[in-house]
Write a protein that binds this ligand. Structure first.
Ligand code: HEC
Length: 244
């Protein structure tokens, strides 16, 4: 009897765990749609990060040569396209900007982005990078729907263009309704979506470089536990056959 209950609980757990893991991403935001198994996307994301983010942000928990090995980027390509000239492959990804200068210019030090995908979730990151809009009252000229009053400038404005936010007023409260792209950038909106998806994908990978391996292993562990459970149950039946 106890074994049956246990087997049922185990089965329920096997079904519930992956669902729970999915559920903790930002509930009302559209999913980022990234795929950490898409290596080409991760390579593009790494390039985007190095070109557009690492000027201000570090990713100090990951080394260049780890990224190169995981994403199959050759050493010469790594040195040419991804690293600042003064760095060595075994260095962690540092920011080009001294923290004291950043503090002076932005009022805050841009956070290290190693674990940002885990603390904020990928859906948030995607919404944040889609969320800049024109706001002349801000020192940077832009605001962000996900982080109102943010000190981060719209560093991707040449790509995305600059959008205007339309707010609707309901019961005296103004609420965000939609964006209108008023100044076009060099990318189409669909290309910008891809750019953001790749960048978020890279941050997702950086947040947990063994993620894909862990998930692969997890499937085998679960299968093993189920098989092991089935055999123990059969064995239990067999041992107690003469007693019952
Ligand atoms: C010119 C400097 C600069 C560049 C380049 C830059 N950022 Fe930022 N970023 C900042 C600053 C400053 C903050 C702190 C904002 C705040 O706290 O208001 C920030 C904050 C963030 C945050 C935290 C948001 C939050 O909710 O706390 C994320 C995520 C982020 N940046 C992502 C990026 C990505 C991705 C790129 C590259 C596409 C990038 N940043 C490029 C300056 C920069």
């Amino acid at each position: 009897m106890l074994t049956k209950t246990f087997a049922r609980a185990l089965a329920a757990l096997a079904i519930a765990l992956p669902l729970l893991a999915q559920a903790n991403e930002g509930a009302s935001l559209p999913p980022a749609g990234n795929d950490i198994r898409n290596e080409a996307s991760l390579q593009r994301g790494a390039r985007n990060f190095m070109n557009y983010c690492s000027g201000c942000h570090s990713a100090k928990y990951i080394r260049y040569n780890r990224v190169a090995a995981d994403l199959h980027i050759g050493e010469s390509e790594l040195k040419q396209n991804l690293m600042f000239t003064s760095e060595k492959p075994a260095d962690t990804i540092a920011s080009a900007m001294p923290a004291a200068d950043a503090k002076k210019w932005f009022g805050v030090v841009p956070p290290d982005l190693s674990l940002i995908a885990r603390s904020r979730g990928t859906a948030y990151l995607s919404a944040f990078l889609h969320g800049f809009y024109r706001d002349p009252s801000r020192p940077t000229g832009v605001n962000n729907t996900m982080l109102p009053g943010t000190a981060m400038p719209h560093v991707l404005n040449a790509l995305q263009g600059v959008q205007t936010a339309v707010f609707k007023t309901e019961n005296g409260k103004s609420e965000f309704e939609k964006f209108e792209l008023t100044d076009k950038g060099s990318l189409t909106p669909a290309q910008y979506d891809d750019f953001v998806r790749d960048t978020v994908n890279f941050l997702d990978y950086v947040g947990e470089p063994v993620q894909a391996k862990r998930q692969d292993l997890g499937i085998w562990v679960t299968l093993f536990l189920m098989l092991f459970g089935a055999f123990s149950y059969l064995l239990y039946k067999d041992y107690w056959r003469d007693v019952h």
